[in-house]
Design a protein around this ligand. Structure first.
Ligand code: AP5
Ligand code: MG
Length: 219
């Protein structure tokens, strides 16, 4: 039986951090729509041209493009045993489209996790985040190194972590993405984790929650 997880939450909540770890530990495919778009920008892929302008302003990329990207990715063989979605769905339109995709898959429960973190903590995290300009790996925000541990690339601030853009991303989250939580809230597999704790504590709580929700859905 497969397992499908959606990691939701505002910018800086730790979706990417927890989704990568969980997917690695459970050998599941992680699909991060933000990473897919940033890779497309780096490769000068045609979808990237208008996407980049929107991402740099903190706006959302259009629903049809995002649904097409995720639908295509979920048809690949490595998605058969399940997935961890990071950054999708972000609109009610995308959530409805994912439900349609899931109807055809029938490969295990869909667990929805809301990673909840207060806004002042999000702003603090994003102001200090540094990523590798070459491979995109996140760096220790309190570390002194200016180069990536993995590939030696230069550590930089993500373009959309500029303070004004962060405020716009938080506004978009409140108005457009928060309603997606209401779309899912009454499902028996919806859970909220307190993301304002040390990453390893969030991980422990999250793992227990996912296991319990997945079991409850098939009991
Ligand atoms: P995306 O890349 O998804 O960005 P985001 O949702 O704004 O979230 P972040 O990646 O900034 O934060 P995160 O929650 O992943 O936190 P992280 O683990 O990195 O999207 C970027 C853009 O792409 C969007 O604005 C939009 O334009 C476009 N886009 C993407 N998907 C789309 C879609 N479906 N539809 C339309 N447009 C789309 O952690 C953040 C920092 O905090 C790191 O430094 C980390 O080390 C640190 N940290 C993590 N956990 C903890 C902890 N527990 N305690 C302390 N620090 C922590
Ligand atoms: Mg992320």
């Amino acid at each position: 039986m497969g397992l499908n997880v959606i990691m939701m939450g505002p910018p800086g909540a730790g979706k990417g951090t927890q989704a990568s770890r969980f997917a690695r530990e459970r050998s599941l495919l992680k699909i991060s729509t933000g990473d897919i778009l940033r890779d497309a920008v780096k490769e000068m892929n045609p979808i990237a041209v208008s996407a980049k302008t929107k991402m740099d302003r903190g706006e959302l990329v259009d629903d049809d493009t995002m649904v097409a990207i995720v639908r295509h990715r979920l048809t690949q063989p490595d998605a058969l045993c399940g997935f961890v979605l990071d950054g999708f769905p972000r609109t009610v339109f995308q959530a409805r489209a994912l439900d349609v995709i899931m109807e055809d898959r029938r490969n295990g429960p869909l667990v929805i996790i809301d990673v909840s973190v207060p806004e002042d903590e999000l702003v603090r995290r994003l102001a200090s985040r540094r990523i590798c300009s070459n491979c995109g790996t996140g760096a220790d925000p309190f570390g002194r190194s200016t180069t990536c541990k993995k590939c030696g690339g230069k550590l930089v601030q993500r373009v959309d972590d500029d303070q004004a853009v962060v405020l716009e991303r938080l506004k978009v989250y409140q108005h457009v993405t928060k309603p997606v939580l209401e779309y899912y809230r009454l499902r028996p597999t919806f859970r909220t984790v307190n993301g304002a704790q040390a990453p390893e504590v969030v991980a422990r709580e999250l793992d227990a929650m996912i296991e319990e929700a997945a079991k409850a859905s098939i009991a």
